[in-house]
Design a protein around this ligand. Structure first.
Ligand code: BES
Ligand code: ZN
Length: 853
């Protein structure tokens, strides 16, 4: 059953020709660019010489120095086939492209306009074919020499590798770069711009002195310190933890305001969305600053996991992304409490990846087919992919995991490989690693059910697993599921036993013997630190959960216990709110001192999107929202005598970037919202005061968000003040859009009015996402007739401008089919209409999958 225009993993064949060397000459003019490329190729197998190319105007072509005529090759929309190619083929093409009107932000494109105009590339996954004809697939590795030529109004001319020459041509100039490392075309990059640069150096453990450069506009240059420090920290961390040192003399990062993703790991020349590189305490919240650090680390870590060892084909995307996310989570965890790091990663996984896995866009971590590869940069590939590596790393333990990754780099440096290669290298110390391949092949979130029996001094833990059967895939099989389990004394809270259980059948029992129980019911803690990405249904009583919060020594499961109780309250399985609020009242004061960030996170309530997952049919967004609002109010009321004091105990102090200070700021914002919900006397003035006295953006934006959410009289004044203060800071204005759009009290008409403003630029993905993501996070508004109209109108518009962004926006509607019949009918009608007007493969693939749900 092969559907046309679908690509299948099973159809993989190795490349017919390899490319020894690429000589690229990119010349930029006022309204177009000319790309002159010479590919030195060598035959590896029987077959045709095929070069991919999209939207290229072919102006000349030569083979081994001889000009080709139309009958020597075949050219269509997607590829160029050269007939009768000899085994040694030097192919030269001259093409014209128009970066100036490229709104897809893939290939070479213009970002910004006027004085700020610059030209940057985005090649992953298949953008290089929009620059020149090329065997644009990750398993073709070549040496690149890139000459970039442009008008002198663009003094910054960059490409991968080392600068080997610069030259003056009157009004124009050029630079020649040489990248000695063999790389796939998706890692190619060049930049033509007028940027300032921040420089620093780093000496690797191998003694190499590396020049570090971050390029940004003059106005933004002072916002690069956080990223620069993060880069140095990442370089050190990778040496210490994986034995990986940097391999070129230069590492460059370029910031652009127009970028589809967060950032891109091009060899030696990363290109970053400004939102992921520019940050100061005055212009970015703690979360944004933390994100800058982790994105810098992520892209840097790709130098080994992705660039030096790359993917054989795009089905293996998780090979680099899952592993690199896992590495980056480890790095981030070293800069704050481990518990908070894990809570954040798991909360994100549950809110986004579990939802994806539960809907019509569910797919295995290693997909077996796709129509548009851009649609597969998903939560499943990234986050579930990272969880699989984490399970393996935990199973192996520190030492064997390190042996395994050393072996992986030793075997595969300079190669394009598969998940099987990765698992094989990691399994040298423990063959059980190979069983984890099943996790890469099967979609759907496994559910684990469990309980326990007590018999004298013996406790038996009974576990079973079940994964839903996703249409179009084989029936699910049992997966290896590590379940980290601890047993605590039910009275003293003493830790009696701990073990990593491995459930690798449909059901199994695990016995703990000789426990000093003394007739007291123990407290069992399973899936500690979220040892596997599963939905857990364990027979905890509500009292067990609250004892867990008190006894657990592992912060993640303390948080999880509170979450489980909150879920029970929200789903009507429990109505005893006091159990929760009594616990919070007891634990918060101590935690406020020890780990204020964890204290803040204990107030987490699952998002409406996440709660919607409990429904397979007749999902009613208003009901879910009402339950959630009621719970928030209930918690605030029950804690009303204490929250004011807690808030006051956290006065604003001079800014510091430490885990404790960040935790205090987050907790202060959480408490401000609680105090407003409890309607404490004077509380409004606290909000205004916090804004006025703010030492940093987290405090300021936290206060503004609270003022808007609670409709305070002066909210509008502050909204205007914020805009005035930061009108020249694009990223801050993005938060200005987002903070308003996200507030429940701002309706669809209001969001629409934001989208009609002159400063709402449809060509800038960051700006577009502010309102659409906000709407998607408010299901009662999203799934209304008005909300859907706004959302689908935007989708149709984006489909024509930027298909990658459009299909990501669309993917947030995955679970539409769980709505009640009348709402479902509206969505269906709109999906069909979109199917009729959409042009991009990206949007069409998702619409089709969604309509088949
Ligand atoms: N390789 C990706 C960037 C990318 C993805 C480019 C898809 C083109 C298409 C990069 O390494 C990445 O994963 N970036 C993430 C951030 C990261 C911290 C998870 C992103 O851009 O969101
Ligand atoms: Zn990545």
């Amino acid at each position: 059953m092969t559907t046309p225009n679908k690509v299948y993993l099973k159809d993989y064949t190795p490349p017919v020709f390899c490319v020894k060397k690429v000589d690229l000459d990119i010349r930029l003019y006022e309204d177009h660019a000319i790309v002159d490329a010479t590919l030195t190729m060598k035959r590896l197998h029987e077959g045709l010489l095929v070069l991919f190319g999209r939207k290229l105007e072919l102006q000349a072509i030569e083979l081994n120095g001889k000009v080709l005529s139309g009958s020597d090759y075949t050219l269509d929309e997607e590829q160029l086939i050269i007939h009768h190619a000899p085994d040694d083929a030097i192919v030269r093409t001259l093409v014209k492209i128009i970066p100036h009107t490229n709104t897809e932000l893939e290939g070479l494109y213009q970002a910004g306009t006027g004085m700020d105009a610059m030209f940057v590339t985005q090649c992953e996954p298949e953008g290089f074919r929009k620059i020149t004809f090329y065997p644009d697939r990750p398993d073709v590795l070549a040496e690149f020499i890139t000459r970039v030529e442009a008008d002198k109004k663009y003094p910054t001319l960059l490409a991968n590798g080392n600068l080997i020459e610069k030259g003056d041509l009157g009004d124009r100039h050029f630079a020649i770069w040489h990248d000695p490392t063999l790389k796939p075309s998706y890692l190619f990059a060049c930049v033509i711009a007028n940027l300032d640069v921040m420089q620093d150096t780093y000496t690797t453990c191998e003694g190499r002195e590396v020049l570090l450069e971050i390029y940004a506009t003059k106005q933004d240059l002072d916002k690069c310190h956080v990223a620069m420090q993060a880069l140095k920290d990442s370089m050190k961390w990778d040496e210490d933890n994986y034995g990986c040192a940097y391999d070129l003399d230069r590492y460059m990062i370029v910031a652009t305001g127009q970028f589809n993703m967060g950032a891109m790991e091009n060899k030696g020349l990363n290109i970053f969305n400004t939102s992921c590189v520019l940050a100061t305490p005055q212009t970015a919240t703690d979360e944004s600053i933390f994100r800058v650090k982790l994105v810098v680390a992520h892209e840097y870590f790709h130098n080994w996991t992705g660039n030096r060892v790359t993917c054989r084909d795009w089905f293996q995307l998780c090979l680099k992304e899952g592993l690199t996310v896992f590495r980056e989570q480890g790095f981030s965890g070293d800069f704050r409490s481990k518990a908070v790091q894990r809570i954040e990663d798991v909360a994100f996984l549950k809110a986004h990846q579990f939802t994806e896995d539960a809907g019509p866009l569910a797919h295995p971590v290693r997909p077996e087919s796709f129509v548009e590869i851009n649609n597969f940069y998903t939560m499943t590939i990234y986050e579930k992919g990272a969880e699989i590596v984490r399970m393996i790393a935990n199973l192996l333990g520190r030492e064997k995991y390190r042996q395994g990754t050393d072996e992986y780099f030793r075997r595969h440096d300079g190669q394009a490989v598969t998940i099987e290669d990765f698992l094989s290298a990691l399994s040298i110390g423990d063959e059980r690693v190979l069983d984890f391949l099943a996790w890469y092949r099967q979609p759907g979130t496994p559910e684990v059910f469990g309980g326990f029996d007590i018999n004298g001094n013996q406790v038996t833990i009974n576990l079973s697993q079940k994964t839903r059967h996703v249409a179009g895939f084989d029936a699910p099989t049992a997966l290896p599921i590590p379940v980290d389990t601890a047993i605590f004394d039910g009275e003293s809270g003493e830790l009696l036993a701990q073990k990593m259980l491995l459930l690798n059948k449909d059901a199994d029992s695990f016995v703990f013997e000789d426990l000093p129980l003394n007739g007291v019911r123990p407290v069992i803690s399973v899936l500690r630190n979220f040892s596997a990405p599963v939905k857990l249904n364990f027979e905890y009583s509500n009292e067990d959960l609250m004892k867990l919060v008190a006894f657990e020594t592992e912060g993640f499961n303390r948080w999880q216990a509170v979450q489980t109780l909150i879920n029970r309250l929200l789903l009507g399985e429990s109505d005893d709110l006091s159990l929760l609020t009594d616990t919070l009242r007891t634990v918060i004061p101590t935690l406020m001192q020890d780990d204020p960030m964890l204290a803040a996170r204990l107030f987490d309530i699952p998002s409406e999107q996440e709660l919607a997952m409990a429904y397979e049919v007749n999902y009613d967004p208003s009901f879910v929202k009402a339950k959630r609002d009621e719970l928030k109010k209930g918690i605030a009321a029950a804690l009303s005598e204490v929250v004011g004091g807690w808030y006051q105990a956290l006065p604003i102090v001079p800014y510091e970037d430490t885990p404790k200070a960040r935790g205090q700021r987050l907790l202060r914002n959480v408490l401000l919202n609680l105090a407003l919900a409890a309607d404490l006397p004077q509380v409004k003035s606290w909000a205004y005061q916090q804004y006025d006295d703010a030492s940093c953006m987290s405090e300021r934006l936290g206060a503004l968000s609270a003022m808007i959410s609670f409709n305070l009289e002066k909210a509008d004044v502050y909204v205007a003040d914020f805009y005035d203060k930061f009108r020249d800071e694009e990223l801050v204005i993005d938060s200005w859009f987002a903070v308003q759009a996200r507030a429940d009290v701002r309706d669809v008409a209001f969001i629409k009015s934001l989208m009609m403003r002159d400063d709402y630029d449809w060509n800038v993905p960051n700006r577009v996402r502010t309102t659409l993501n906000a709407l998607a996070a408010k299901p009662t508004q999203l799934w209304s007739e008005e909300g859907l109209t706004l959302y689908f109108d935007a989708l149709a518009r984006l489909d024509a401008i930027n298909p990658t962004v459009a299909s990501r926006v669309l993917s947030q509607l995955g679970r539409w089919y769980t709505l009640d019949e009348s709402r479902k009918a509206i969505v269906k009608e709109k999906l069909i209409a979109l199917q009729g007007v959409a042009k991009s493969k990206n949007v069409l693939e998702f619409v089709n999958n969604m309509l088949n749900a």
